[in-house]
Ligand binder design. Sequence first.
Ligand code: NOJ
Length: 563
Amino acid sequence: MWRQAVIYQIYPWTFYEDPKRKPQRGIGSLKGITQKLPYLREELGVDAIWLSPFYKSPMKDCGYDISSYVDIHPDLGDMDDFDKLIEKAHDLGLKIMIDFVANHTSDQHEWFQKSRKRQDGFDDWYIWHPGKKDEHGNRIPPNNWASVFSMPNKKARERGEFAELRPDEWTPPISAWQWDEERGEYYLHSFAKEQPDLNWSNPVVRQAMKDVMRFWLDKGVDGFRVDAINWMGKNMSLEDEQVNTAYSEEYYGNPYDQLLKANSCNYMNALHQYIWEMCEVLREEQYENRDLRMILEAHMGESELRELNAIAPDVSSTFNFGAMKLKWSAPERRLQLDYYYENLDARNIGNQVNGNHDETRLASRLGDEVARTAAVMNFFLPGMKFIYNGEELGLHNADVPLEKMRDHENGFRDGERTPMIWDDRQENAGFSSADADQLWLPINTNDLGNSLARQENDPKSSFSLYRAAIKLAKEIEAFRSGAYRSVPTNNIDVFAFERKSGDDEALVLVNFSPNMQYVSVAAKFSQGKSVLSSVDVTLNPQEVNLTEGLHLQPNEAMVVLPV
Ligand code: NOJ
């Protein structure tokens, strides 16, 4: 099922509040999600959902700081709601993937509370260290490892702090070590200080985490999106990181990037072992015939990703963030995709991603037209396709005022997390009927014109395009099972690829430029008909001659079948 699955990421806090909840809280709910499953399955046509964290959490990192892996956050509902959500999803033929935040917990987790008190054998469940002394005898952290969330220092400097630094001196990152008075030692936190890293080198911790996986698998979930995989692999001899001499404040932006990362994360031997062990859970006898899958959030070079993809291709693969990281350019995308598919083990399942809750929304990143192009392109490439909620409507990043931000300490990612725009004629765009100032994050009023209600019956809308592309990709055998091959064109701005399975062939042309382009393509077939265009879904199929050449509209992605 996963091989061509369209997977829809839901950010539970801002997706949909069950209208029957009294009083309304201005926060999405599990019951709300359940009510929207028919929309996702029957209207949009998705095959699976991925739920961002819905667990008990003090919300220091919007749910990625979990204080109990086996409890639901009360603002979102309860376990009964979750059971019903799974039941409904499965009835509709949808699979469910949940976020597995394996690298760290909240500092409020019982495990950490016990660990800091050295209670009940929890001493080494986290990474503790007494620190070392500097030349003046002052206590300092054991090494130079830094927190990913070092942006606050940059912001502080912009506000006038760190006045002692010369203009050309780098703003220091935030140490990954936090002193804990109670235990009298430092603990490691790769992210916020309220997110202590679990000690995966401790086999007891690994057992406990694998039990968490089993808990949810036994409830019926079909897979996991594993958070922050890089940081799970650490060099436990705690060697310093080397300095990234190429760092510049303007280019990198985050003081964290002053360090190269080979010890505090990306330590491959350990990481490979932990991934292998998690995969083994999915393969356990009791889960036979369940078609389970894991997708890993890994930020690393293509060759390291390739190694991770080879660990257990039958059950696990890494996210392919190529589309989000590269410039919008035909040659760059071609190169990346060629490398990606060439190196993907045949047993593995590739994937395409245009956005998530950590990245500027697709339409804000690339503009409205190009967002449509990028979406169409991804839907016709092999593998799983991820859609971040609201992307199908072409929603934009919101300008969230500082006082309303939830994420101002860790990354300012609120702009891409504001509520879904269901119906602009309803209060709060149909997301919740709580008072507007009570909403978890404000409605992006600039996007009211993009509500689902307006787009549903508009054949030219972004929603209609997504629906048509998803449907077409499922109907055509070449897109269901065909291999990828990029195809030469005579125009540097036009990227073309074909999908071929036995005698079934199909071609996709993508004009990366904002101008009309003329292109001829060295495809396997010469006479074709265009069956879908990102510019206008209502266009009638047209005969095209690929050898002689054809015109593409500005930023047009076009699907061509042989005649
Ligand atoms: C990646 C998640 O996507 C992000 O939202 C979170 O802040 C970090 N991992 C830490 O868990």
